[in-house]
Every structure is written in structure tokens, then in C-alpha cells.
Design a binder for this molecule. Structure first.
Ligand code: HPA
Length: 279
């Protein structure tokens, strides 16, 4: 939880100044892409100017998850200046949600206007298959400690922010159009936050389904709440990396998640790339 507005704001400013200095004279990107599972190859098609280890950025937490390398990349992709977040911070790693979302406010400070989140998620809705994609249209944050808890950072956004259109409707339509034109199978649906790190029980998944969840995962929701709080437009796409607990008989494991995210990687990267191109 944020204890002191002054200290938190100072920490955001320090991180933003450090990044700005590293960018130098080049244009500061207004787009940020968060590379979830399967999206790492996007960095390979980016014309990279600067790659900053998170550990060098003042006040950034360190990403501890295997497979999430922890770098901020600044470069050009499809002619657009971009920040690529390679590695993110999860609640289950032990950070509280205000720390998981610290980087979002740094992005806001740097002038980011659009953020593209990707993640891996367990499919709940009927008809979803592993290695397919889902455009997030809304979320369930019930199990997520609010990253806005504590004193409000008034200079970023209001105390009681509206959550009616967290995921930008124009972006949802654009993603759907791009997917259709390029033969990428996409679902649209509601992403439910799970604190993790344990996967859900079948009973929990049945409950989430009744509540309207289409997929479940352990990231994105705290970040989307903060991005929306500070006025950044959000696009978000899940890779259905497995069927959620009890939807199939198969026990869940991290290896399956990685394997299906890799299978979906081409589609995930193409959708992200074409989305950026069309902005
Ligand atoms: N549950 C929660 N998080 C996940 C899952 C899941 O089934 N798959 C990938 N991330």
C-alpha cells in the first residue's frame, strides 16, 4: 500500500528521469507493450535503441519469475516508438499491488498514452482451446487487493475512478478487425484475477464462471486499474495457455502454460505488431 504520496511520487519521478536520460535526444515512446508469456519474440523484431535491466532503474522492483528476464526495451516497431516491458511484477511474487503497478505510473510520467497488456490465462468459457487468444473486454478484480488503496495520488487520477470502460472499446474493435483480416482466431471475454501462485480449484473455477469470467490469470488486473486511473488507454490480450482447473480432467502445470504460450506466439506477436502498426 502507498504510505506516503510524496515518497511514492518522488520514486516515480526518479525512475522516469533515469529512463528519460537514457533515451537521450530520441523521441520518447507513447506506446508501452507488456510482454507476457509468448510475446518475447516481439523484442526480436524491434529496432532496439536501449535495453535497461530493471535492476538499474531506480526504485523498480526486480522480477523474480523464471522466463521473465526483466528489461525495459526502448525502440521502434513498425515505425512506432515503443517501450517493451520484458518481464513484469506479480502479486504472487510477494510485491503488493502498489509495487506491481509502480512501472505504470512511471510510464504515465514519461507520456505513455496506450498500453498493450498480454498474459497467459486459463480458459473458462465454452469453446476456448489452448493456444488461442482472447481479447479482454472487462475484468473481475474481486480477489485483487486494490492498487489504489491508501492515500490517492491526485495528480495521477481521481479517488473513486469509474471502471465502466477499462478496456478501450475502439481498441477492442480494432483488435477484432485485425484478427479477422489476418486469420487469427480470437475470443472476446472477461479476465478474472487470481492471486496465485497456486492454480484455482475446480470449485473456484465453477464459481468464477457463474460470475461471468471467460478466463483466469495472475496478472494484468492491478496494472489495468492503475493505467486507467492515470488515463492511459488499454488494450489487452490473453493467450489461453491451458483449460482452467476442472474444465478438463488434466492437472495444471506451468510447463503446459509455457508450451501453449509458445504455440500461440506467432499469433500473439502478429496481433500485437499489427495493432501497433495501425495506431
Ligand atoms: N489460472 C491462473 N493463472 C493462469 C492460468 C490458470 O489456469 N493459466 C495461466 N495463468
Amino acid at each position: 500500500m502507498i504510505e506516503s504520496v510524496e515518497a511514492y511520487t518522488k520514486a516515480v519521478n526518479e525512475a522516469a528521469s533515469y529512463i528519460k536520460d537514457k533515451i537521450g535526444e530520441s523521441e520518447i515512446p507513447s506506446i508501452c507493450v507488456v510482454l507476457g508469456s509468448g510475446l518475447a519474440p516481439l523484442a526480436d523484431i524491434c529496432d532496439v535503441d536501449v535495453k535497461l535491466p530493471y535492476s538499474d532503474i531506480p526504485n523498480f522492483p526486480e522480477s523474480t519469475v523464471a522466463g521473465h528476464s526483466g528489461h525495459l526495451i526502448i525502440g521502434t516497431l513498425e515505425g512506432k516508438r515503443v517501450f517493451l516491458m520484458s518481464g513484469r511484477f506479480h502479486y504472487y511474487e510477494g510485491y503488493d499491488t502498489s509495487l506491481c503497478t509502480f512501472y505504470i505510473r512511471v510510464m504515465c510520467r514519461l507520456g505513455v498514452k496506450t498500453i498493450y497488456f498480454t498474459n497467459a490465462a486459463g480458459g473458462i468459457a465454452d469453446g476456448m482451446k489452448p493456444a488461442e487468444l482472447m481479447i479482454i473486454t472487462d475484468h473481475l478484480s474481486f480477489y485483487c487487493e486494490s492498487p489504489l488503496r491508501g492515500p490517492n495520488l491526485d495528480e495521477f487520477g481521481p479517488r473513486f475512478p469509474d471502471q465502466s470502460h477499462l478496456y478501450d472499446v475502439e481498441y477492442i474493435n480494432l483488435l477484432e478487425k485485425i484478427a479477422k483480416e489476418n486469420g487469427i482466431t480470437v475470443h472476446k471475454g472477461v479476465y478474472a484475477f487470481s492471486r496465485g501462485p497456486q492454480y484455482e480449484t475446480p470449485a473456484e473455477i465453477r464459481g468464477l464462471k457463474v460470475l461471468g469470467a471467460s478466463a483466469v490469470g495472475m496478472s494484468t488486473v492491478p496494472e489495468a486499474i492503475i493505467a486507467s486511473h492515470c488515463g492511459i488507454r488499454i488494450a489487452a490480450v490473453s493467450c489461453i495457455s491451458n483449460l482452467a482447473a476442472g474444465i478438463s480432467d488434466k492437472p495444471l502445470c506451468h510447463e503446459e502454460v509455457i508450451e501453449n504460450a509458445a504455440k500461440a506466439s506467432n499469433d500473439s506477436c502478429n496481433l500485437a505488431r499489427l495493432f501497433i502498426k495501425s495506431l
